[in-house]
Design a protein around this ligand. Structure first.
Ligand code: NAP
Length: 247
């Protein structure tokens, strides 16, 4: 895949989908900044794996819900590399509960981790990429933001908001040639889906036309495409990677 830019920041890349995105993008020749909040050891391991495979990576700690920390991380990258070509807002959490049992804190925590953090990243990237009139951002959303899901009102709201926010950033940033897109994965085999009960997993798989959960690498390939030169006329798109579960 062809990339005009040189480096990328992937938030929440110490494990799961983010770690695979980091590895795939390094495989395409980008320098990858692996962001983590608390998993320093896991992030170092991903960096090592990338370097052992001949890639270029660095780790950067920041809680992306805290504006000062996220902005400081971006400044560190600009100081080191002179630019930020690409951003993947991947960090996310769940705090599932039926709405009647969900506290306002549970709601706000998920909005902050999944939506406000991406707002901080999208806004900061518009500023730094705007100076070069080049850049591409991918937000990792979810099928749940499109379909809704019982027990996930907070998560659904965060991801539905992320889709709408992506389209709005795309409109504001197009005149500076910066593209904003989102991916809505269905059920992908990671720690997040590992928490689901077996009977819930079986029920989901029954309903997925491709009859399996996706792999993180299948999300990473779509991210690479949306960052790359191959998608140069695509902005404001919400790309489904869901095995046909929601079409
Ligand atoms: P995961 O395995 O739970 O990993 C989440 C990652 O996000 C970790 O690296 C974690 O870092 C990081 N993180 C969380 N809060 C953070 C914060 N405030 N600041 C910095 N990093 C933070 O999750 P995943 O399944 O890979 O999901 C990744 C993304 O894909 C999420 O946005 C999720 O909503 C989305 N998604 C997942 C699925 C799925 O089936 N798995 C489906 C659709 C969408 P630490 O460990 O250091 O805290």
């Amino acid at each position: 895949m062809k990339f005009t830019g040189n480096n990328v920041l992937v938030t929440g890349a110490s494990r799961g989908i983010g770690a695979q995105i980091a590895k795939s993008l390094a495989g395409f020749g980008l320098k990858v900044w692996i962001n983590y909040r608390s998993g320093a050891e896991a992030a170092d391991k991903i960096k090592e794996e990338i370097e052992n495979a001949g890639g270029n990576a660095a780790v950067i700690q920041a809680d992306v819900t805290v504006e000062e920390e996220f902005l400081a991380a971006i400044k560190t990258i600009i100081d080191a590399d002179g630019e930020l070509s690409y951003l993947v807002n991947n960090a996310g959490i769940t705090k599932d509960k039926l709405a009647l049992r969900m506290s306002v804190d549970d709601f706000n925590d998920v909005i902050s981790a999944n939506l406000t953090s991406a707002f901080i990243g999208c806004k900061a990237s518009l500023k730094v990429m705007g100076k070069k009139r080049f850049g591409s951002v991918v937000n990792i959303s979810s099928i749940v933001g499109e379909m809704g899901n019982a027990g996930q009102t907070n998560y659904a709201a965060s991801k539905g908001g992320l889709n709408a926010m992506t389209k709005s950033f795309a409109k504001e940033a197009a005149s500076r040639s910066i593209r904003y897109n989102a991916i809505t994965p269905g059920f992908i085999a990671t720690d997040m889906t590992e928490e689901l009960k077996d009977e819930v997993k079986d029920e989901y798989i029954r309903n997925i036309p491709l009859k399996r959960f996706g792999n993180a690498s299948e999300v990473a390939e779509a991210v690479a495409f949306l960052l790359s030169d191959h998608s140069s006329y695509i902005t404001g798109e919400i790309l489904k990677v869901n095995g046909g579960l929601y079409v």
